[in-house]
Design a protein around this ligand. Sequence first.
Ligand code: NAD
Ligand code: ZN
Length: 255
Amino acid sequence: MSQHPPDQGADELAHLLRQARRAVVFTGAGISTESGIPDFRSPGGIWTKMMPINFDQFVASAETRRESWRRRFEMEGTWAAVKPNAGHNAVAELVRHGIVSHVVTQNIDNLHQDSGVPEAQVIELHGNTRYAKCLDCGERLEIPYIRGVFDQTGEPPDCPKCDGIVKTATISFGQAMPELEMERAERATLDCDLFLVIGSSLVVYPAAAFPLVAKRNGAKLVILNREGTDHDPYADLVLHSEIGPTMTAAMAALA
Ligand code: NAD
Ligand code: ZN
């Protein structure tokens, strides 16, 4: 592992990106804080304010579902207004240049797609909060429709197709990981020779296993995160710095 002051670290990151045949970027909540979305574990983050609702509670209780939807509607102003930041834009540029094959993300905010990464190259391990899905048949439903029904009746709608329970298209604690996305992420991880973690505390499993899978498979591992992670000792390069400025500097060094 080598650790550097931010500027030198960005040069080192640019060097590794230049050498890479095929890189994968793996992001967590940290890449979106500069867009104004709080992460989970930093002081003042979401977890310090609200207990998360787990999947079993959501399925078991109509009152919990109402509470979950009330929370979601409260966030709608935030989700609808957020914009990608310098970190997302740098990642999108790396994808455009063919250096990065896939962006594997734990985020649910759609900001990688908004920054221009093609849908086919984004792998969402924890789903997406910008729309909803039927838990039974997978039918996609839009948030404004659900809100309209909720405002009129005080209840979220059931699935119009099969009467199943409708939930944001996110993966809650206690909910099974999406099989297809896990397979895609594994394939991308095994196919890469550089794995770049950006803004994840690497404590949420199974997502946090991917950097170790990459490393074990012979890829170089880089971790860019403000604070240390348990995976730091396995990394070839660790950057404890701010994401936007570091990625901007790395892109400038790469040009
Ligand atoms: P996390 O909150 O556990 O970790 C984020 C890490 O990013 C922290 O270690 C923090 O120090 C670092 N960080 C924050 N801002 C940074 C910055 N500007 N520069 C450098 N480092 C910065 O997030 P996680 O690892 O993604 O795990 C939490 C779970 O919460 C994920 O599963 C994700 O699904 C979900 N989540 C998503 C969002 C989102 O979609 N934007 C927001 C909050 C939580
Ligand atoms: Zn359905």
